[in-house]
Ligand binder design. Structure first.
Ligand SMILES: CC(=O)SCCNC(=O)CCNC(=O)[C@H](O)C(C)(C)COP(=O)(O)OP(=O)(O)OC[C@H]1O[C@@H](n2cnc3c(N)ncnc32)[C@H](O)[C@@H]1OP(=O)(O)O
Ligand SMILES: O=C([O-])CC(=O)C(=O)O
Length: 373
């Protein structure tokens, strides 16, 4: 028996609910566009670096040449992690997911940070995380292959240094650029689940590291960031383009969600997909991966025919990261390396005009009853 007299208006999953205002990014499903602080994300991908975009998201403007240089120098200086964190990383079970490693590493970095929780300290914590997370991810990828860490190289820029720390070499400029483009596209997407999670934690006046740890937890799930890994697992199961249709029919008949398709906000296609798809095609051509690309295209065509659903950003990201040489479980940590910018920009915005986030729930349980001894 329920205690509800009339059906309340419940917005399941907060779908369609405006929870606050933001000036960080605009996701416009109608025009299929995404603006970071007013700039179309495609133009940022064509002309700017990931560090420029981090500056833009944090400060509201693209950096001047001197700001660019100062940011790059600080990022390079903050890459090394201390021995105690390295020891902790090496002791984490290799059976745990790399998102668990990353979540633990951020928690550890928070426990040693003695700075206050004011806006200036939060800006320095944000940059510290942006700079140190690639070092953590690279160490984790290497230890899972039985390899020793490689120290950051301050002569290399952000993405090239990350390849160097992970694989011991820097690939072709086109591959480095494709990685940079993926970092820019993954950086920010308004009130998505992980950003909203970070804002909820921040709204209690908790600290930045706690909010980021919670954001990592939310991103890990396959309905959000974890989908980039699920996409590659799925593509690995399909034995060539001619098998895509049959594989999909079977999966849909079994009522499975097809990872990398659909979106809560975009219903006519994800504005970021064409840009990352172009990067995927460029890297696939370099790696001679025609078959993978054909399977990827065949599945997308079949999915549109069957369900009318478009791919989201995780759909090109999965195979792109695979072709770059990363193991599948490392894909969502790569998303974190980028989204750290969006999360921390939102943490600052939340703090600047805070209100505790605490919605209501319509109670549907058992009505009043007497406790008996
Ligand atoms: C970077 C990112 O985080 S992008 C999102 C990454 N996540 C994924 O790719 C996971 C797969 N996709 C999904 O699960 C969903 O599309 C979500 C969670 C992203 C969006 O979900 P919602 O906006 O809540 O859409 P919802 O789940 O209501 O779907 C509407 C209908 O489309 C179906 N549908 C949506 N996405 C999919 C999918 N990927 N595969 C199969 N069916 C789907 C639903 O089953 C539902 O059908 P029904 O009306 O017959 O029940
Ligand atoms: O906006 C969303 O719901 C998910 C998404 O695409 C993102 O976080 O990049």
């Amino acid at each position: 028996m329920t205690v509800l007299d009339e059906e309340p208006e419940v917005h399941k999953g907060l779908a369609g609910v405006l929870a606050d205002t933001t000036s960080i990014s605009k996701v416009d499903a109608e025009t299929n566009s995404l603006l970071y602080r007013g700039y179309p994300v495609q133009d940022l991908c064509a002309h700017r670096t990931f560090l420029d975009v981090a500056h833009l998201l944090w400060s509201g403007d693209l950096p001047t040449p001197s700001e660019q240089q100062a940011l790059s120098e600080r990022e390079k200086a903050l890459r090394p992690i201390d021995r105690s964190l390295q020891t902790l990383l090496m002791q984490m079970p290799t059976t745990c997911h790399p998102m668990d490693t990353l979540r633990t590493a951020v928690s550890w970095l928070g426990s040693e940070d003695v700075q206050e929780d004011d806006p200036q300290a939060n800006a320095s914590k944000s940059l510290r995380l942006l700079a140190a997370l690639p070092t953590v991810v690279a160490i984790d990828q290497r230890r899972r292959r039985g390899l020793d860490p490689i120290a950051p190289d301050p002569s290399l820029d952000y993405s090239a240094n990350f390849f160097h720390m992970t694989f011991g070499s820097v690939p072709e400029p086109e591959v480095v650029r494709a990685f940079e483009v993926s970092m820019i596209l993954y950086a920010e997407h308004s009130f998505n689940a992980s950003t909203f999670t970070a804002r909820v934690v921040t709204s209690t006046l908790s600290d930045l590291y706690s909010a980021v740890v919670a954001g990592i937890g939310a991103l890990k799930g396959p309905l959000h960031g974890g989908a980039n890994e699920a996409v590659m697992h799925m593509l690995s199961e399909i034995d060539g383009p001619e098998e895509a249709e049959a594989w999909l029919s079977e999966a849909l008949a079994a009522k499975k969600k097809i990872m990398g398709f659909g979106h809560r906000v975009y219903k006519r296609g994800d504005s970021r997909v064409p840009t990352l798809q172009a990067s995927l095609e460029e890297v696939a051509a370099l790696r001679g991966a025609d078959d993978l690309l054909a399977t990827h295209a065949a599945l997308a065509a079949a999915m549109f025919r069957e369900k009318g659903l478009h791919p989201n950003l995780d759909y090109p990201a999965g195979p792109l990261y695979h072709l770059m040489g990363f193991d599948i479980p490392m894909f969502t940590p790569l998303f974190v390396m980028s989204r750290i910018t969006g999360w921390t920009a939102h943490i600052s915005e939340q703090l600047a005009a805070n209100s505790l986030i605490r919605p209501l729930a319509a109670y549907q349980g058992t009505g009043w009853r007497q406790v008996t001894a």
